[in-house]
Design a protein around this ligand. Structure first.
Ligand code: MF3
Ligand code: CO
Length: 269
């Protein structure tokens, strides 16, 4: 047992949820995962310069596939549990896991989340951004802005030896103050050596609850914010696409973060 083991053990003895040592990345792993995250960011930057009204979401998929593979990576969503494409594209009332389609054309006024995940040399990264297509309505502009603010506030609330619930509380409080709701059953996840590792990251849990944030932990902050009800349903035909139950707008921003000795580092900005 080293010092860290003793600290984790004593927290666990007090009833705290602590990560398994296998969830704490080594300096070598962190370096390799950062390279994956850098490519993931470059893919999102590439989409940012090419996204426009009139293009199909299948074209976004092709941009992601081509750019990623040309840079030595593999799009993590492709064939992941049967997912058929390289990226998730979620427009307006789609909460997440939208499947790119050549018949789905971006039009002025749309808001779209492009969720990119990359495997580079076996290491995983994951991040998403919102894009607004041309001029969008004030309510669309607002949910995109507030969602970004939620993630920034979540980030500020993340401290080593704090709790995942601190992040959730900051996010949920800001969303609710703006009249929005946070989706409950779909959340973030550990990442790095696998696409989805422990812990599951909720954005509705109370301050001081859930897993202790230990240096070396890596996970996503990716709340899904709904204009109306947090309820959703999943497309019966494709088994993936998640829609708002009430047809309201939904937005999401995803960062991948590392807890350090002194704070939190965003790996996908
Ligand atoms: N990036 C999504 C996430 O945060 C990936 C969903 S799985 C996929 O978990 F197969 F749809 F890509
Ligand atoms: Co994710």
């Amino acid at each position: 047992m080293d010092k860290l083991d003793i600290k984790l053990w004593s927290l666990a003895a007090k009833g705290q949820i602590v990560p398994d040592r296998s969830l704490l990345k080594t300096p070598e792993q962190i370096e390799a995962i950062k390279k994956s995250a850098d490519l993931n960011t470059a893919v999102l930057d590439h989409i940012a310069t090419h996204i426009h009204a009139g293009m199909s979401t299948a074209e976004i998929d092709k941009l992601v596939y081509d750019f990623t593979t040309e840079h030595g990576g593999i799009p993590a969503p492709l064939n992941y549990e049967g997912f058929p494409k390289s990226v998730c594209t979620s427009i307006n009332n789609v909460i997440c896991h939208g499947i790119p389609d050549e018949n789905e054309i971006l039009i002025e006024g749309d808001i779209i989340n492009v969720d990119v995940s990359t495997i580079l040399n076996g290491y995983y990264s994951d991040a998403s951004r919102m894009f607004t297509i041309g001029k969008v309505s004030p309510k669309a502009e607002k949910i995109v802005r507030v969602t970004k603010e939620c993630v920034e506030l979540g980030l500020k609330a993340a401290k080593p030896w704090g709790h995942l619930g601190d992040i959730a509380y900051a996010i949920n409080t800001h969303a609710r103050a703006n009249g929005y709701s946070v989706v409950e059953d779909i959340g973030g996840h550990g990442i790095g050596l696998e696409f989805h590792e422990d812990p599951f990251v909720s954005y509705v849990t109370p301050k001081g609850s859930e897993m202790v944030l230990v240096p070396g932990m890596m996970f996503t902050i990716e709340p899904m914010i709904n204009e109306g009800s947090p309820d959703f349903y999943i497309d019966e035909d494709n088994g993936w696409t998640v829609y708002t139950e009430d047809d309201g707008l939904s937005a999401q921003v995803e960062y991948m973060v590392l807890i350090t000795e002194t704070g939190v580092e965003v790996l996908t900005k």
